[in-house]
Design a protein around this ligand. Structure first.
Ligand code: SAM
Length: 268
């Protein structure tokens, strides 16, 4: 699929000068035609090999737009999984299916307060916010944190996600005890944060740790046990894509889809 990300937008608005209220209210949309997908803003002019397309200021999801050569694009609003493809990438984002596991296993919902580290690209933080949570997320790399704030705006969750620049471990003593419903960790030093989970979580709250390697996963599970967390489970988040063709149906022969290990534990 051909995709143009936010920073590769056809009409570069970086030179646009002072941002007006109207600019700030502009909601990016997707233009889709077959396997092509472009992220654009109202008022953009997009040049493609199919011709030039002017995006009206009042563009809406469901509209059909034509290039000057008459080729049609459908307009769609960004939904959660689109953020994975169109956020500017910094720290390796979690894939939507693994985020689904975090949401399902912890029950994150409207009104929940989540502490997340590290922000990285911010896909997990944004999708938790879109599920209704209020998210405090820490990113130690200042440039990554700046990008994450822009990504939150693109995802429409800038008011629900507080991106804090810094090492979460250095701030942990300043965080209010028993003030988070869920703690989500996607960092190499997650075991050190798991030690603080009983203090930070409400009774019955969850910690969810995503680790690409088995060594740190084991350390997370052992730390969770040592600090008295309950219901500790670790699962590999593996899925096989199915292929259906004229010869038959079978799992895809593409490389096996290991993405990581997810450890869930609960504060009692
Ligand atoms: C794998 S990425 C997280 C991706 C994120 N879950 C997502 O879905 O986009 C890990 C990020 O954590 C940050 N990080 C690592 N240790 C940290 C710490 N102790 N405090 C804050 N950020 C940290 C790294 O700089 C990196 O950007």
């Amino acid at each position: 699929m051909t995709r143009v990300s936010d920073h590769e937008r056809a009409d570069d608005d970086a030179d646009a000068g002072t941002e007006s209220d109207a600019d700030r209210d502009r909601v990016p949309v997707l233009l889709v035609r077959g396997d092509r997908e472009y992220l654009v803003e109202p008022g953009d002019e997009m040049g493609t090999d199919l011709g030039v397309l002017e995006v009206p200021e009042d563009v809406h999801s469901g509209d059909t737009l034509e290039t000057h050569l008459g080729d049609e694009f459908q307009v769609r609003r960004l939904r959660g999984p689109d953020l994975f493809h169109h956020f500017e990438r910094t720290g390796a984002p979690m894939v939507p299916r693994d985020i689904g596991l975090v949401l399902g296993e912890t029950g994150i919902a409207g009104g929940d307060r989540v502490l997340d580290a590290g922000t990285g690209t911010g896909v997990l933080a944004a999708l938790m916010a879109r599920a209704g949570a209020e998210v405090v997320t820490y990113e130690q790399d200042p440039e990554f944190a700046d990008v994450a704030r822009e990504n939150m705006a693109l995802g429409g969750v800038e008011d629900a996600v507080d991106v804090r620049t810094g090492d979460v471990l250095e701030d942990v003593d300043a965080l209010e005890p028993s003030s988070f419903d869920v703690l989500t960790l996607d960092t190499a030093d997650a075991p050190a944060m798991v030690e603080h989970a009983p203090d930070l979580l409400v009774d019955g709250g969850f910690v969810a740790v995503y680790s690409p390697f088995i060594e740190s996963t084991r350390e997370v599970a052992e730390t969770a046990r040592e600090v008295g967390l309950a219901n500790i489970t670790t699962r590999e988040t593996i899925q096989r894509e199915m292929q259906f063709d004229e010869r038959g149906s079978r799992p895809s022969t593409a490389p096996v889809g290991h993405t990581g290990y997810l450890t869930i534990a609960r504060n009692e």
